[in-house]
Design a protein around this ligand. Sequence first.
Ligand SMILES: Nc1ncnc2c1ncn2[C@@H]1O[C@H](COP(=O)(O)OP(=O)(O)OP(=O)(O)O)[C@@H](O)[C@H]1O
Ligand SMILES: CC(C)(CO)[C@@H](O)C(=O)[O-]
Ligand code: BAL
Length: 351
Amino acid sequence: MVSIVLRTLSNQSRCSLLRRGEVCRRRVTAPLVSPSLLHAAAAPRATMSTPATPTADHSEPGVFSTIADFRRARRSLPHDASVGFVPTMGALHEGHLDLFRRARRECDIVVGSVFVNPAQFAPHEDLDRYPRQLEQDLELLGGEGLVDLVFAPTREEMYSPDHRIYVDPLGFDDLPEGVARPGFFRGVATVVTKLLNVVQPDLAFFGQKDALQCVLVKRLVEDLNMPVTVVVSETTREADGLAMSSRNAYMSAEERAAAPAVYLSLRAAADARQREADAGRNASREELVAAAEEVISAQPLITSVDYLSVGSPATMEELEEIGQAGAVVSVAVRLGSVRLIDNVVLPPLAR
Ligand SMILES: Nc1ncnc2c1ncn2[C@@H]1O[C@H](COP(=O)(O)OP(=O)(O)OP(=O)(O)O)[C@@H](O)[C@H]1O
Ligand SMILES: CC(C)(CO)[C@@H](O)C(=O)[O-]
Ligand code: BAL
């Protein structure tokens, strides 16, 4: 009963927010919100009328480029509405949309962010060419009414010229994805901390595709006592198994045709583990890596392998043997000019 009341309230508040969205659609300079309309969203429950059925209004999220404006809108939400947050770097695809859909199912209000975080890019990486297409992203989210508020700050808004404090997650640069991208997890931990401080969600949604990032964010909120629940959602794939990623757009047709080998290599590792489990044995790291390597080495367009890792699901530290607790097999390869990462979760065994 309680949850029905909440859902009712949130539908109403969502519609109020979205009606206000009509006014500010597509403009990303402050101020974007009519405070009076947001105030209406915060009206006490008893004054709320029957919830409006979802309408075309749902296609109009409020978009904010400054922290101050976003906070104003956030403060005006009903205090007991649950807020779900999906942080992204934009260039949205079905993988992102699945995160938003899950947030929509599980929360009263959905907030998204679009920010290409310079702090997580090494100097030689693709910060400048990373796709930026906010208009298109808003169309996609709006089309299904997946989001209520979007925080899309500028670089200067997030990092003033005098920005000095970074969040340094110990040990992450020693794990495979950290070794391949030194400093990356410091950049992610810093921006996720900042985004969570701005958005103040109850739940935050992350994709399993970035497996070590999920482990990092869970540690972050635990170690820094942040009042947010981290939800990890499964990887969304193309029909041929390729994990969806904004960077897939960099691939040539030839590279794209070769790319499913990455997932197939992980499936080969998963099959090897299953064979051992069926025979009542623990699989070894070596067996799994060999099975995956066989598939990768058969694909000539894969020019190098950053890592093939068999890690503990909780910490991503390397395992020698895959016991009952399962494992995460992850891989990062270079395919032409593109770097692809992917992983599969080998579930715990019921014995
Ligand atoms: N295929 C996918 N399935 C599920 N979640 C995904 C998928 N791709 C990205 N995500 C998640 O979406 C969130 C935002 O990711 P991001 O904007 O970096 O997209 P991306 O496609 O991972 O981009 P790139 O790989 O090019 O960095 C992250 O939590 C990420 O794990
Ligand atoms: C979590 C994140 C939005 C932080 O910039 C980014 O690393 C991503 O998109 O996965
Ligand atoms: N999806 C993780 C963000 C990055 O690769 O920079």
